[in-house]
Design a protein around this ligand. Structure first.
Ligand SMILES: C[S@@+](CC[C@H](N)C(=O)[O-])C[C@H]1O[C@@H](n2cnc3c(N)ncnc32)[C@H](O)[C@@H]1O
Length: 398
């Protein structure tokens, strides 16, 4: 991993290398003759503490998981957290702080820090302090992390204003070079190709001037958390009831009523549901999670005026669905956005933002778009003509 940096190989051996402390009793229990001696520089301690001396290299396979911070810890890590904190994000921030001048950090970590909403401050801190120099996406995860579905990468970071490129690779038995791209330089989701075939698409898309949010569309998750409302869900319409849109109703990209949801089709409204839950205007729906084997990550369906009439004029959307609505002034019509999100190109762009099966509202709002003039010129296009215009603007090879 550190090959791409200017590190002296000897310095790497003098680095801070984290070993699982819970392995020490197993090491101690092994017969002395069979024990492999620990390196002399090994110490036991809290990896988040400030070390006595800065390190030339930090190499880590940090712990993952959401962590609750007390007020002091929240203040300590405020430069690298936003909302929920993840332990591996704290380790990345600590590792960067521990680096000596000219040092580098390598980490085996999930890729969520590259795109997640809660990692915006960490990305800012990295961009300012130790930009991403090399990333290798781990393709074959079975045997590496048992039971882990998250996309994982080996990433190297190093300070230095003169180093502005990031080497991107993928690992499936052996490392394959994918692309050399400008180092990500913003706090928004980073767009990085996972495969060679997406290198030009990622490079072109990351230079586009706008985003879905900037073009006047908001994305939010469906507000109904069904398991908190089991008692109010049923198969029959009675009293003040509204039909529920479930993720399964969007399967195949056309809004329909999946018979498997018949028993929970209607929600009885109570309290302030009318204001908080009910959607009574046209929108687009995008599934929030897709199965790993599914060919598309972006599964989108339209709730047009006619659909809304068919559903009785009002729906409640369940929280496995993203709801896309136009702001009062938007640069892109619902019909065009529908066509764009259904395109093969946007699906591939999303995969350069996130390798996860989840499609978050935050990542959707950050989808790169061309300027308003180009969007306006696409308004009348349909089918092949639209696909062709999208492909050429996004630099997508077929
Ligand atoms: C994903 S495991 C990796 C273990 C080891 N580095 C390896 O590569 O096999 C993460 C390790 O971090 C340790 N850990 C958790 N919190 C820590 C902390 N604050 N300081 C140091 N180690 C910690 C855990 O006990 C666990 O062994």
């Amino acid at each position: 991993m550190i090959q791409g940096t200017d590190l002296d190989p000897v310095a790497v051996w003098l680095a801070n290398v984290a070993l699982a402390a819970e392995c020490l009793p197993f090491v101690a229990a092994a017969p002395a003759a069979q024990r492999r001696p620990l390196p002399e520089f090994a110490t036991v301690g809290d990896g988040l503490d400030v070390p006595a001396e800065p390190a030339t290299a930090v190499v880590m396979n940090p712990p993952y998981g959401r962590v609750r911070l007390d007020d002091d810890e929240r203040a300590r890590w405020s430069h690298a957290t936003l909302g929920h904190a993840n332990l591996y994000g704290l380790f990345l921030a600590a590792g960067i702080e521990q680096l000596a001048d000219g040092g580098a950090m390598a980490a085996l970590i999930p890729t969520s820090f590259m795109a997640g909403n809660y990692f915006q401050n960490l990305r800012s801190f990295m961009v300012d302090s130790a930009p991403l120099r090399e990333v290798t996406f781990v393709e074959a995860r079975s045997g590496v992390f048992a039971g882990v579905l998250q996309e994982t990468c080996l990433a190297a970071f190093a300070p230095g204003a003169n180093r502005s490129l990031t080497q991107v690779g993928s690992l499936n038995g052996r490392r394959v070079q994918v692309a050399r791209v400008p180092s990500p330089a913003n706090r928004g989701p980073w767009l990085l190709p996972r495969r060679k075939s997406e290198a030009s698409l990622a490079a072109t898309a990351s230079k586009l001037p706008s985003t879905l949010a900037a073009a006047g569309w908001s994305v939010s998750t469906g507000p109904l958390v069904w398991n908190r409302r089991k008692a109010d869900l049923g198969s029959r319409r009675s009293g003040n009831c509204v039909p529920v849109v479930w993720a399964a109703d969007i399967d195949g990209g056309v809004l329909h009523q999946d018979p498997a949801r018949d028993l929970v089709r209607w929600l009885k409204l109570t309290g302030n549901d009318e204001r908080v839950l009910v959607l009574d205007e046209p929108a687009l729906f995008v599934q929030r999670t897709t199965a790993p084997e599914q060919s598309r990550r972006l599964v989108v369906a339209e709730l047009g005026d006619a659909d809304l009439d068919r559903w009785g004029g009002r729906v409640v959307v369940e929280n496995h669905v993203n709801v896309l609505r136009p702001c009062p002034v938007s640069q892109i019509s619902r019909q065009l956005l529908h066509g764009l999100l259904r395109s093969d190109v946007m699906d591939r762009v999303l995969r350069c933002i996130s390798g996860s099966v989840a499609v978050s509202a935050y990542e959707m709002e950050a989808l790169p778009l061309p300027d308003a003039v180009t969007l306006a010129s696409w308004e009348g296009l349909r089918g092949n003509a639209l696909d062709q215009a999208i492909r050429s603007t996004y630099g997508a090879r077929p």
